[in-house]
Design a protein around this ligand. Structure first.
Ligand code: PEP
Ligand code: MG
Length: 612
């Protein structure tokens, strides 16, 4: 039963992870089907066809992995002892599950998977919360079964969270249920099978941690019931080139754990329990996919240059230094956006200057002399942190976030700036501020950079004097004021994910209005053009690090506008490069002139799609 009462078992904000993960899945193991097995199983049942929106291309074959498992049949067969026995079993289970979590936390930390480690750390705290053991004992008096009591206790607590006004706490309900289930499974003796083949991870919502928590070579694909192209789970899937389909809605209900499935990240088609004939059609597509991959590999060392000699830098968006290795594999020339907030996530406290320095230094070094643009933390909006208290906000995306927090929290900002300046000694680093809306914010932030240099000099630490300092242009205000801002900054990087949502008043994560979210909307194109031209007029460079940069058709327009760098999830680099190499700059400028005369974003999109 739902209860509105806040029990003492509610963990403190600091105890909960910032992302509401179905995080048990972060270390969940399922038996997945090898391709041959998918084929065999396919003949047994009827195919369910589901259509969503393909957002990361590629054909995936594997078994469905739904976060969550129905425990009802196990509970029915469970043989309970006396109340005292059951209490002891529950207490032992709490200890054992906490130990298992601790082992996994260590494993993730050793692999540099800090976000995942942080989430499990929060789960461990939920297991060890003394108030929960009291609640389990209470429930045991009623049910007489340890696993049932555990599930009841965590369910009660999840419902307490769900009834809270604070969206952050509401999001923690899923964690409480995960933790309860984990403990109940231990009590029921349910062992998670090892993943043998590949899985297609499916869920109404999948938190970034779930995808990040499974090894890349085990995830064939991702299916989201809700979600959008700019959801952070999708952004992580992009970094790993995992074929993904979003917006399947209730289609998720047609899938069961272990179902063989095929997903087409291009068309958005999903086949659950495909027949042999259907499978054969996709085998052909997979073959073509492999051929394309081999062709793309040949482009790796070639420049992104049009046939008449216009070149643009193609860089990568990353969330951790490890991503640079993968990016280099796709031929990235440096990093155009290091989302440094990932360094801040999964922690219970602010990461120290020294810890941050190590991360930034590693990323800068891996860029091999190419520029590494490190964005100062973009916390708030859809990325809250447990140790930064933000009062409940009606509109978090318009609230206390990004540079607004940094400018008020010297204790957070200074260590980060110092760490970046120090990392600059080991290669070429740049500092980029997010969400800037006026000149004053930039100048204030720049003053912090100068103060950071002074402090470092005073402390006798080495740092780079010549680190470029620029801003994201992701608010309409910044784009409108670009001619003025360009006088002060070293560079602009256009963040279309936010620029589109703020310009069009269309939430980037709302699937219901996603048809309005179009980076080719003429209002957006005018702001982008203005920004690029303003930078060029002042002899500064403008790049783009929003998702639009990974659209090959957009790349043509952006080059014609005078953009100097496009930064994207690394697997998109070959596709964009191929488009550029098969085009001429002259033709691109003609197309831009035509597009700027057009009045409708959908028509522009269609026109560019049909271009030869
Ligand atoms: C953007 O807004 O375009 C951007 C790159 O930043 P983020 O997606 O992290 O908000
Ligand atoms: Mg942004």
């Amino acid at each position: 039963m739902a209860t509105k009462k806040k029990t003492t078992a509610a963990p403190k904000k600091a105890a909960a992870p910032k992302a509401a993960p179905k995080a048990a899945a972060a270390e969940q193991k399922v038996e997945a089907a090898p391709a041959a097995e998918v084929k065999a199983a396919a003949t047994a049942g009827k195919t369910d066809k589901i259509k969503g929106k393909g957002v990361i291309s590629g054909v995936a074959v594997g078994r469905i992995l739904l976060a969550g498992q129905n425990l009802d049949s196990f509970l029915v067969n469970y043989k309970a002892g006396t109340i005292e026995d059951e209490k002891k079993k529950a207490a032992d289970a709490l200890v054992k599950v906490a130990e298992a979590l601790q082992n996994n936390i260590k494993k993730f930390n050793d692999q540099g998977l800090k976000e995942q480690a942080g989430i499990l750390e929060a789960h461990r705290m939920m297991v060890e919360d003394p108030a929960m053991s009291g609640l389990i004992d209470e429930k045991l008096e009623a049910s007489g079964s340890a696993p049932k009591a555990v599930l009841d206790a965590y369910e009660t607590q999840a419902q307490v969270f769900e009834a809270m006004e604070d969206e952050y706490f509401r999001g923690r309900a899923v964690d409480m249920r995960d933790v309860g289930k984990r403990i109940a499974k231990y009590l029921l003796g349910i062992k998670e099978p090892e993943i043998v083949g590949k899985v297609i991870v499916a869920g109404t919502e999948i938190e970034p941690s779930v995808i990040a928590g499974l090894p890349t070579d085990k995830i064939a694909g991702v299916i989201l019931g809700a979600g959008s192209t700019t959801a952070h789970a999708v952004i992580i899937a992009k970094t790993r080139a995992i074929p993904t389909v979003v917006g399947v809605g209730d289609g998720i209900k047609k899938m069961a754990d272990g179902d063989p499935a095929i997903l087409d990240g291009e068309t958005g088609e999903i086949l659950i329990r495909p027949t042999d004939e259907e499978r054969a059609i996709y085998d052909e597509k997979i073959k073509k996919q492999e051929e394309l991959k081999a062709y793309y590999a040949t482009l790796k060392t070639l420049p992104a240059k049009t046939q008449d000699g216009q070149e643009v830098i193609l860089a990568a968006n990353i969330g951790s230094p490890n991503d640079v290795d993968a990016a280099n594999g796709f031929g990235a020339h440096g990093v155009g956006l290091f989302r440094s907030e990932f360094v801040f996530m999964g922690k219970t406290d602010v990461p120290k200057e020294e810890d941050q320095f190590k991360e930034y230094k590693a990323a800068v070094e891996k860029c091999n002399g190419n520029l590494c643009v490190i964005r100062t933390m973009d916390i708030g909006g859809d990325k809250p942190l447990p140790y930064i208290q933000v009062d409940k906000e009606e509109n978090p995306f318009l609230g206390y976030r990004a540079i607004r927090i940094s400018l008020q929290r010297k204790d957070l900002f200074m260590p980060q700036l110092k760490a970046i300046l120090r990392a600059g000694v080991f290669g070429k680093a740049a500092i980029m501020f997010p969400m800037v809306i006026n000149v004053k914010e930039f100048l204030d932030a720049k003053q912090f950079v100068e103060d950071a240099k002074m402090e470092l000099a005073h402390e006798g630490k080495d740092f780079a004097q010549d680190v470029q300092v620029g801003i994201m242009v992701e608010t309409p205000a910044a784009a409108v004021m670009a001619p003025v801002l360009a006088k002060y900054v070293d560079f602009f990087s256009i963040g279309t994910n936010d620029l589109v949502q703020y310009t069009l008043a269309v939430d980037r994560g709302n699937a219901q209005i996603s048809y309005l979210y179009n980076h080719f909307n003429p209002a957006v194109l005018r702001l982008i053009k203005r920004t690029i031209e303003s930078a060029n007029a002042e002899g500064k460079w403008a790049g783009m690090c929003g998702e639009m940069a990974s659209d090959p058709n957009a790349a043509i327009l952006l080059m014609a506008m005078g953009i100097k760098e496009l930064s994207m999830s690394a697997p998109s680099i070959p596709r964009v490069k191929e488009r550029i190499r098969n085009f001429t700059f002259t033709r691109a400028k003609e197309i831009l002139a035509e597009v700027m005369e057009m009045e409708d974003g959908d028509k522009i999109k269609e026109y560019l799609t049909n271009l030869k």
